[in-house]
Write a protein that binds this ligand. Sequence first.
Ligand code: AMP
Ligand code: MG
Length: 208
Amino acid sequence: MTICEILPVADAQDPALALLRAGQVIAIPTETVYGLAGDATNGVAVARIFEAKGRPRFNPLIAHVADMSMAESIGIFDPLSRKLAEAFWPGPLTLVVALRPDAGIHPLVTAGLSTIALRMPRGFGAGLIAALGRPLAAPSANSSGKISATSAEAVRADLGEKIPLVVDAGATPVGLESTILKVENGGLRLLRPGGVPAEEIERVTGRP
Ligand code: AMP
Ligand code: MG
């Protein structure tokens, strides 16, 4: 059994980095919900995410990036996807784009697909990814099938025996998952409703 520590964000960056560099998975706050994060380039770390959640391996993960240059090193952005990224990142919008063959993302992250779901978070996660210099795969920090955790205590109650660290930033500001969008044949497909309302996306893109 793992001893699970809860650390406030102010004390958490160094221990979080050390664990991520060692291929461990940890829970971190994002503006949407708590995420179960691991180095997206490390197959052992990514496998641990699926195992801790009990998530089927055919269900791909979102890779979280620190900035646009990291995003562009992983995905190929068509003009509409780039416009959406510029309008809504950092923030609760996930974009599914074509995966660069040389992205360095472990194939478990995408469940072997040739596309990848990318998001740029705000706050602690953003700083952590920038310091690590690598993308983090991070689904919600809850067992598969349970509701997403919006507090550190909820994460510990569910996953505390499986992960070494929960970074505590209190209640998450948005409290629901990211909106997932994919540009397809020049149009927009909403794959999951979430933190960015569809009307705001329509307003920015001029498309339904
Ligand atoms: P979660 O991380 O649990 O909030 O879920 C991430 C969601 O993103 C899942 O519903 C996945 O099916 C979806 N997703 C991740 N990668 C892709 C992709 N390449 N294409 C389509 N959907 C994806
Ligand atoms: Mg989830």
